[in-house]
Design a protein around this ligand. Sequence first.
Ligand SMILES: CNc1nc2cc3c(=O)[nH]c(N)nc3c(CCc3ccccc3)c2[nH]1
Ligand SMILES: [Zn+2]
Length: 380
Amino acid sequence: MLTCAFAGQKKVLAAYEEAVKCGYSGARAGRLHTPHGVFDTPMFMPVGTQATVKAVSPRELKEMGAQIILSNTYHLYLRPGTELVAEAGGLHRFMDWDGGILTDSGGFQVFSLGPLRKITEEGAAFRSHIDGSTQFLSPEIAIKAQMNLGADIIMAFDECIPYPAEYQYAKLSTERTTRWAERSQKAHTRSGQALFAIVQGGMYQDLRRVSANDLVSLDFPGYGIGGLSVGEPKPVMYEMLEQTVPLLPENKPRYLMGVGTPDCLVEAVRYGIDMFDCVFPTRVARNGTAMTKSGRLVVKNAAYAKDFLPIDENCGCYACQNFSRAYIRHLLKADEIFGLRLTTIHNLYFLLDFTKKMRQAILEDRFLSFREEFLAQYCK
Ligand SMILES: CNc1nc2cc3c(=O)[nH]c(N)nc3c(CCc3ccccc3)c2[nH]1
Ligand SMILES: [Zn+2]
């Protein structure tokens, strides 16, 4: 069973009292207990959509400190099929990863990937983005697929409400997502595997509160905060966090889905978020952009042709310890796969290390000053 002990709680409380005088801080440092180990939060979870974190090996992920990685039920359900993965011994065996795995329920991908679909009380009909075949996902099908994959943490089947959305639509969709969460719970029969519910509510404060309260009364071991990072302005996202997080149980993990850039991470940790995912570091790496504490560095630019320094001199990653910007730029210009691997390794290491630094700052009661210093230096 997934349990959560938030270490240093009294420390955090001290920080909290201190922080109340100068702005809210619900930041906390926790430890997530799963069948594949105990993991530190706040944590960044690399995304491995099709049972691989693109361009890096499980050994490299372990080396850079990855604890839990994400995979997508939507993609694996369509290809190679979740029964096949179950026959292979489950996702951990299939991809040779012995750390934690979290799978998304497919809701988001159906609505954002599959060509136009039909949503009913029963579930969502959609066309496969692979072969155009008509497919259908429901809470029962999504939970069965995730039990087949065998992740340590699985997500309830939900609708990620598009942005912007009319109040009436957001209300009806959120109420349906709560009914789907209950159906997900009933369909979930695999012990040792934690099922998280996902809070929705669009960008409406009252719907966010209703969604959080309804899901908390259904009692889940952890909660995703969904329907964000869908194009809304950042202040709106933070406002939704402010409405939602305080309603979630202190002793259970909170996972902000789809976030994000370092500035969003440090703000979300301040509101009390513990877990993050984002395709950003791997996606921008593939077009030659590296993440640094002062913003993005497009290593592919001509300016770095003769720059024999590493991407970041203070970075402990394999790319920065052994290669120069000039070399990585050369590889990227020459379309060499190793160039993508190096920028991906750096970006993943950067975010994993960043969340480790936030955890340390929280445990040492200096999170708010850490946040100030970081935001002053980081240009969005
Ligand atoms: C980029 N922004 C973003 N906002 C999201 C909202 C939701 C949401 O409301 N419901 C669900 N189920 N997922 C969401 C996701 C996908 C997160 C993910 C990606 C890859 C692997 C595993 C998990 C989101 N991603
Ligand atoms: Zn690096």
